[in-house]
Design a protein around this ligand. Structure first.
Ligand code: ADP
Ligand code: MG
Length: 737
């Protein structure tokens, strides 16, 4: 039944069916049932014409239709009817389509309820293609001024068919094309009703009954009825609560099972020896690890020692010290006869990682190399050979590490920095890098008792904090560790928001900081759509600063993506070495760059950056022992959303708190980019606001899988069947049946 095509419904011909499929992707009865209203109008509220406002999305009015007129302007014909309300004020009702029908059926002289979006034009309000319901003439005895001529005939007319309007009427997302063909929310609601009436016996429970009881959920059939046709707000809430839970529960069930299956199936190198690891820990650690770093390392050690493949996401705010955790994990791999790689999203970052890891590797006596797209052929060859033979245990690089030519003798651990720039598919490509697994083993590992297919452990590091709910939905197939503590002695960065008119003060402040020996970043936005103008602003800003600062003996570097690489590297290097005091840049410096002496981050046109980007940029300072500052400079005219973004930055340094606000302001799709937003394609639940429910759904799903991994207990049969159905087809209808 849920597969039935929409054309089998009364009122839907092939043309409308095709339009519904094209515009909304609705093809079957099941699709329609799962097309939930996106809001509900309170149809107990009536407006008078004098209360209308052109900004209203919709309004409902009562009145009498006093006349109609066909008007032609050029080639366009429209039918205009006049509605007079209880005050005697007029509202125009306008039709461009179905004119014939309305000319004949216009309930002239009848009392009606009209509903639609009010428009205001040349002193008159109108509603185009309103929804009209003829109602009884109760108005005549109500608050109507009976001397109003418009209402004279009300009593006589009250014999017409009386319709009722539900108190909460569903509003469905529709398109202009559909509306033009007469498909409005009322029409769609009636179609849903048809489907529901015929299929309700088949809408069966898919949650375990104990869960339904424990959470006092509505049964599924009732929930579907009430979400489309709520009797009141409480009923609507109950329906949404149940269906949201269901959505989140199955999302989690799927992810947890994937993770479980992978754990069972994919062997990882068993890594229990900790020789270099311990030596490094005892003798070469440059500082004491924070509790969070120690905890995360323990979690990693457990994973890597288990004999199963590790898939772990390490989240840690900028500066939380992920690098050392990565390095010590890489040591674990080497301790157990394997190689390890660290992959960064850009050349600059790969370079920085090499600079960071080299001294650590040297201290423990291990060679390390770097492989990127710009590695010259003559350098590349020995590196590739060393990786293939196994003499090179550690490598840092970019996407270049994924190229088919790159083979490892035995890759045991891949660390991926900055997850957001690597897709899931790329993660997977790292798995088949061990193309010659059992050749001569120069690292001296016992290979006899290893399983045949061994995937390297995968560790993904991200400095872009992801709200817990989002992480659970997106990376539910990964285990997550959080480094939620900064190394001691860091002073929280002080952030302020200033206007462009205060630039002189800002520059004066910069001058003082430089006099104290500090360095400064000044960042300009540069986006493709606005590239020319942005570029001019950057150049102009650079010139102005040179004119202002050079006479004081302050030198300025500039980097941007359009520069030849050599120039950029040179400029960067000048700043890193402290030969220039100010670095003017675009967001190329966003990720990972580490200059501990930099204490001020001035962000120009800060209103044009997203929250997480602002947070990333700010993370470039505050890395040394000195007090650091972030200055957000903006135009005076700002939207309220922008103000909230800036206020959030000023209020907190906590990346997770910022991520939560970001999620609320922008939604998951924008945060992750369209590429990944498919992974969190939820119809009802909102990851920003349904955090508690999300956590409950995950807990319930986890408990069930722990007790009954294959869902074979009688109580779980329905759940298992539903899961299998939705996994097999991926179609929305299976959510119902
Ligand atoms: P991120 O998590 O942003 O990659 P890094 O690993 O680059 O952070 O660490 C930032 C800075 O903090 C580095 O200079 C690093 O040496 C230092 N650091 C890391 N852990 C500690 C610690 N436990 N104590 C003191 N300094 C630390
Ligand atoms: Mg880092």
């Amino acid at each position: 039944m849920f597969h039935n095509p929409l054309s089998s419904l009364a009122g839907i011909g092939p043309a409308k069916a095709a339009l519904l499929a094209f515009e909304l992707g609705l093809e079957t009865w099941g699709d329609l049932l799962n097309h939930f209203p996106f809001r509900y109008d309170d149809r107990t509220v009536f407006y008078l014409v004098k209360e209308l406002d052109a900004d209203m999305q919709t309004a409902q009015l009562r009145g009498i239709i006093t006349g109609q007129q066909l008007i032609t302007t050029g080639k366009i014909m429209r039918l205009v009817a006049t509605l007079v309300d209880a005050d005697g004020n007029k509202l125009q009702l306008v039709w461009f389509n179905s004119i014939k029908f309305w000319q004949q059926k216009m309930p002239l002289g009848h009392q009606v309820v009209v509903y639609g979006k009010p428009n205001f034009f040349r002193g008159t309000y109108s509603i185009i293609h309103p929804e009209i319901t003829v109602v009884a003439g109760a108005l005549a005895t109500d608050a109507i001024a009976t001397d109003n001529p418009a209402f004279e005939n009300v009593a006589a007319q009250s014999a017409v068919t009386e319709n009722t309007i539900p108190a909460l009427s569903p509003v469905y997302s529709l398109t202009e094309k559909l509306r033009k063909k007469g498909v409005d929310s009322q029409v769609l609601g009636k179609l849903v009703q048809q489907v529901y009436d015929q299929t309700k016996q088949l809408i069966s429970e898919n949650l375990p009954l104990t869960v339904v009881e424990q959470y006092q959920f509505l049964d599924r059939k009732t929930a579907y009825q009430l979400i489309h046709f709520p009797t009141d707000y409480a009923a609507l809430e109950a329906a949404r609560y149940r269906l949201k839970f269901e959505e989140l529960f199955f999302n989690q069930l799927r992810l947890i099972r994937v993770r479980g299956l992978r754990k069972q199936q994919l062997a990882g190198w068993p890594m229990s020896k900790l020789k270099l690891f311990t030596a490094f820990y005892n003798d070469h650690l440059p500082f004491q690890l924070t509790n969070a770093q120690q905890r995360v390392l323990r979690e990693i050690r457990q994973d890597m020692g288990s004999g199963r493949q590790m898939n772990r996401l390490i989240q840690g705010d900028v500066g939380s010290g992920k690098t050392i955790v990565a390095f010590m994990s890489m040591l674990m791999a080497v301790d157990n006869g394997c190689q390890a790689c660290l992959m960064a999203p850009t050349e600059i970052l790969a370079e920085q990682h090499l600079n960071g890891l080299q001294p650590l590797a040297n201290a423990i006596g291990l060679p390390i190399a770097k492989l990127t797209g710009s590695t010259k052929a003559k350098d590349r060859k020995p590196i590739l050979e060393a990786l293939a033979s196994g003499v090179l245990p550690l490598i840092v690089g970019t996407h270049a590490l994924l190229e088919p030519k790159v083979h490892f003798q035995r890759l045991g651990l891949s660390v991926i920095d900055e997850q957001h720039r690597f897709g899931v598919a790329q993660r997977a490509r790292l798995w088949d890098k061990n193309s010659r697994p059992d050749q001569s083993n120069e690292l001296g590992i016992e290979t006899t008792d290893l399983p045949e297919v061994i995937a390297p452990h995968i560790m993904v590091m991200t400095a872009t904090p992801i709200p817990r709910t989002l992480a659970m939905t997106l990376y539910g197939d990964l285990d997550v560790s959080v480094i939620d503590e900064l190394p001691p002695g860091r002073k929280p960065i002080r952030t302020s928001h200033v206007y462009q008119s205060q630039r002189q003060q800002a520059w004066h402040f910069m001058q003082q900081q430089i006099a104290d020996g500090r360095q400064i970043y000044v960042v300009y936005p540069l986006i493709e759509e606005n590239e020319k103008l942005d570029f001019m602003a950057l150049e102009l800003g650079y010139q102005m600063m040179q004119e202002h600062f050079n006479p004081m003996g302050i030198a300025i570097s500039m980097v941007h993506g359009k520069m030849p690489k050599e120039t950029r590297d040179y400029e960067m290097d000048q700043f890193v070495k402290g030969r220039t005091q100010i670095m003017v840049a675009t967001t190329v410096i966003e990720v990972g760059v580490n200059v501990p002496n930099a204490s001020v981050m001035l962000i120009e046109s800060a209103e044009r950056f997203g929250l997480s980007q602002l947070h990333q940029l700010r993370g470039r300072v505050g890395r040394g022992a000195d007090q650091s500052y972030c200055i957000l400079m903006t135009d005076v005219k700002l939207s309220s959303e922008t103000r909230e973004r800036l206020a959030t930055m000023v209020r907190t340094n906590n990346g997770f708190e910022i991520a939560e606000v970001d999620l609320k302001l922008r939604g998951p799709g924008d945060i992750l980019g369209t590429q990944q937003s498919g992974a969190v394609d939820l119809k009802l639940a909102n990851l920003a606001t349904d955090m508690v429910l999300m956590t409950q759904a995950r807990d319930v799903a986890t408990q069930i899988i722990e007790r009954d991994p294959d869902l074979t207990e009688p109580e779980h049969i329905a759940t298992a069947e539903y899961l299998a159905g939705s996994a097999a087809t991926g179609l929305a209808w299976s959510r119902v049946g």
